[in-house]
Design a protein around this ligand. Structure first.
Ligand code: SF4
Ligand code: SF4
Length: 405
């Protein structure tokens, strides 16, 4: 898909992270639209041109500001997938191995638990060919394993909205406790929460790496889980997953026999913060804690979600301290931090410098950003916790069960 409507206004330049890092026109949205149009007219854009397209983070920041509504990130992504270019293809095998099946996700969980040990990290760093150094650096952002304390027994909710909690693959293996907290918060907000076992990865990481074949199987499994659960909403704790599942409909033709089911599912998908705002949580007095929000690209740019997490945090008694350019990409971008380590590291450096000094935590709503920013703060020796909005809310609301139901 090539869009010819670019008016070369340049309004997109300052919002593009790769332009910010390199200062190159060819690393800007406008430059990428030009490269795509050259390629579609049969001009050989060469290895360098392909690299500039491949460097796009698909952060969608340009799409929000473009007066001609050109979906640059989406166009570049479709080009990479259709033309089988892009270093992200090297991630297809490991992603399939770990995330396409339940067994794979169990393996991933074991690997994660193992990689938390410092002695293992040190040993692995002696054999740099085994695990890429950037993957090792990311492992420093993994949450510590904690012993789960007994949860309060909640009154069953007998009436109210039925909400399916979508677990996700990275989210559930790395931040499973966040999903549990989301479940209990939705319950406190009055929802009848269901968390079907039969659900799977949304497919975003695989699809964006160029593996389009497996998507249908994953979508069918998620459709079945949703339909059997009888839910009105699908609440999602990972911004990358909700953004991708809302766009499922664009990946299937209207002639496809499952198209109507896909549309119904996509319409039910919501970020958990939007569901909680809609249902309503009790207002709490100030707790004096200062929180700064990082807006994940796939929440802010792809879904326009900025206010719901802030509304919830304020309502739970937190004081918000805004960070500059809170919606500029942190460089995580799916597997970008592994496939494009240099640009990713530079963007992470900008993000860490922007995080205010006098805060109690950074809040966010996407696991990739959480891992990336936590690793960046660790590297600089800054002891600021990086927390999912849902976990901060759970800190404030645990023990609160207003007895609805
Ligand atoms: S999607 Fe992001 S990285 Fe790609 S061109 Fe747009 S702003 Fe730049
Ligand atoms: S903002 Fe849109 S129309 Fe303007 S230069 Fe960028 S891509 Fe082209």
């Amino acid at each position: 898909m090539i869009d010819e409507s670019c008016v070369h206004c340049g309004l997109c330049l300052s919002s593009c992270p790769t332009y910010l890092v390199t200062g190159l026109e060819t690393e800007s949205p406008r430059g990428r639209v030009w490269l795509l149009s050259q390629h579609s007219s049969g001009v050989d854009i060469g290895h360098t041109g392909l690299k500039h397209l491949d460097d796009c983070l698909d952060c969608r920041a340009c799409e929000e500001v473009c007066p001609a509504h050109i979906p640059v990130g989406h166009m570049v992504n479709q080009f990479r997938i259709a033309s089988s270019t892009g270093v992200a293809r090297s991630m297809v095998k490991p992603l399939r191995y770990f995330f396409a099946t339940r067994r794979g996700r169990r393996r991933f969980k074991r690997l994660l638990n193992w990689s938390r040990y410092r002695v293992v990290k040190r040993t692995m760093s002696w054999f740099p060919g085994w695990i890429p150094p950037d993957a090792l650096a990311l492992a420093s952002g993994l949450p510590q394993q904690t012993v789960e304390t007994a949860r309060p027994v909640m009154d069953p909710v007998k009436e109210g909205r039925v909400v399916m909690l979508f677990k996700g693959c990275v989210m559930d293996t790395v931040y499973g406790k966040t999903n549990q907290n989301a479940h209990d918060l939705l319950h406190i907000a009055g929802a009848r929460v269901v968390k079907p076992e039969l659900q799977t990865c949304c497919g975003a990481l695989l699809y964006h790496s160029g593996d389009t074949e497996i998507l249908r199987d994953l979508v069918l499994e998620n459709l079945a889980a949703f339909e059997e659960s009888g839910s009105e909403d699908v609440a999602v704790t990972a911004g990358g997953c909700s953004a991708f599942m809302k766009e499922y409909r664009h990946l299937f033709s209207p002639e496809d026999p499952i198209y109507d089911r896909v549309v119904r599912f996509a319409e039910a998908v919501k970020d958990v913060s939007d569901v909680l705002v809609q249902l309503g949580l009790p207002l709490l007095p100030s707790n004096g804690q200062r929180i700064s929000m990082h807006d994940a690209c796939h929440l802010a740019h792809a879904q326009g979600i900025r206010q719901s997490p802030r509304t919830l945090l304020r309502g739970a008694g937190y004081d918000l301290v805004e960070m500059p350019d809170s919606d500029r990409c942190c460089g995580a971008a799916g597997t970008y931090n592994l496939t494009h380590p240099e640009i990713s590291r530079t963007l992470l450096g900008y993000k860490i410098s922007d995080i205010p000094q006098d805060i109690d935590a950074v809040a966010l709503g996407n696991p990739g950003c959480q891992l990336q920013i936590a690793a960046g703060l660790n590297k600089q020796g800054r002891r600021v916790p990086v927390r999912h909005t849902v976990d901060l809310l759970w800190d404030a609301y645990q023990g609160v069960n207003d007895g609805r139901g």
